[in-house]
Design a protein around this ligand. Sequence first.
Ligand SMILES: Nc1ncnc2c1ncn2[C@@H]1O[C@H](COP(=O)(O)OP(=O)(O)O)[C@@H](O)[C@H]1O
Ligand SMILES: O=C(O)C1=C[C@@H](OP(=O)(O)O)[C@@H](O)[C@H](O)C1
Ligand SMILES: [Mg+2]
Length: 203
Amino acid sequence: MREMGPEDGIDKVRAGAEQDQPVLGHLTRSIVLVGMMGSGKTAVGTAVARFLGAPFLDSDHEIERAAQMTVAEIFARDGEPFFRARESEVLERLLSGPPGVISTGGGAFLSETNREMIARLGVSVWLKADLELLWNRVRHKNTRPLLRTADPKKTLTDLLAQRLPHYSKAQVVVEAEQGLSVPDMARKVIAHLRVVDGLIEEV
Ligand SMILES: Nc1ncnc2c1ncn2[C@@H]1O[C@H](COP(=O)(O)OP(=O)(O)O)[C@@H](O)[C@H]1O
Ligand SMILES: O=C(O)C1=C[C@@H](OP(=O)(O)O)[C@@H](O)[C@H](O)C1
Ligand SMILES: [Mg+2]
């Protein structure tokens, strides 16, 4: 008999979704979503957590809450290195808590220290998306300080090229597709997670 793969899981989850059944499971370690700005870490992470009945935490949100400032304000006042230091502290705190779904900011997985921490305490999941998909998602918002440049599409293109080698170190890779809704992408993520040994216990 051949081994169960993620695609089998997706069929199972899709069948469940058609019957409007919840996709429940108990997490034994935290899931950490990584990938570019606009790949859907915040939106899809929220939906994954809801489906699993697990806590959802977003590192950007936690940094903003602690600082009482937006990410853009922190970048402007204290600079990117300061933001990255806070990001690492927050990640360590979130990973030390009860298992949940943690969405990171797009730069978090570039740090080797962060990658080691995530590998030790959680499971990294890269939401892999191509340039056009990412651009369509981020072009209408100016909340991301790194894209406040004269040519934001070129900046996004360059960041994607620089970062791909780091994102590809993630333990699990899930491809984003144009036209796949947030809940469907969340189900696709869960289907990929089901084949990670011991990560999701059936309830
Ligand atoms: N699968 C999807 N389908 C449609 N819109 C999406 C999807 N994933 C994300 N989005 C939208 O794209 C934008 C960026 O998503 P977000 O979750 O903020 O990405 P990230 O946290 O990775 O930067 C948001 O407006 C979000 O609602
Ligand atoms: O890619 C990056 O370096 C960043 C991504 C942002 O988060 P999202 O990926 O959730 O947009 C946020 O952390 C900050 O603007 C820096
Ligand atoms: Mg986000």
